[in-house]
Design a protein around this ligand. Sequence first.
Ligand SMILES: [Zn+2]
Length: 352
Amino acid sequence: MTLTRSSAERDIGAVERQAFETLASAASRDALESLRVRYLGKKAKLTALLRAMKDLPAEDRPAIGAFVNQAKERVERALEEKLAAVRAEEEAAALAASRVDVTLPGRRRTIGRLSPLTQVRREVTEIFRSMGFSVEEGPEVETEYYNFDALNFPPDHPSRDAQDTLLVDGGYLLRTHTSPVQIRTMERQKPPVRMICPGWVYRADTLDASHSPMFSQVEGLLVDEGVSLGDLFGILNAFAQRFFGERTKTRYRPSFFPFTEPSAEVDVSCMICAGTGKTEAGTCRVCKGTGWKEILGCGMVDPNVFKAVGYDSERYTGFAFGMGIERLAMFKFGVDEIRHFFEGDQRFIAQF
Ligand SMILES: [Zn+2]
């Protein structure tokens, strides 16, 4: 079949129309790309027509060449326009899909808070640190020697019993108070000693409103030459006023602990009812109408304790005290159940 100028023009026109029809129905980038390959690529129909021109009479070739090129340019331009339109549509769809509705309530990030126990422990520690006390630590798994013997507990003392003390395999126990740290500190250090020890302690109790098998204490010890009961009162009164408020009063009631002699329990005036025992709602719930709240135990270090650590009890005297951090926190924040501190409920912790 010989190619003539008119048949070439007809073929070109047909291919161009085909290309435009296909273009009209192409709705994606992929479809447009395959159209480009089919009509404009190296093996495409219009390119093939250009190649076939060598069969045309020489005088017709420039005109047909220009005709093919114009057709290619028209298809190319239309293809680019369509491609831009498809891209814009895709972008709009993507934007619509990721649209943020600013009227929806936001997702609130919960921010953790320090447990009231941690707050109280830090505050107590800071008060004693400012009075020159160092902060010591000791193991929570202890020997009977450090937890009882060295602290002058008699061999038949009831708290040694498994009903009160949590025993661990190998003759160890979970310390029932922070007092073993006194012994360990005095073994390491010659007087003067002025230390506190905050830490966890354990008892064989079931968790209820007022008991927990795990709770925390702050223990304190001061040993030097000439330390008297007056120094003990002075330090503890200063602590009570810094922690509970300047107007806080203290009272000391005789008590007994194996490791101190004499021993006392210390009450502070109730900060809720200002020591009156009454609030607007009636009898003060916190001090049960007494106007006082017991907060700690204390006493002058028993000479037997000094003997255990090799201190000369003729030369040195000292005092020790211990308080429950949960008890302080319950009083200070008006919390009536100890177990709230251990349940990890954010709604509880967020109040402090
Ligand atoms: Zn009260």
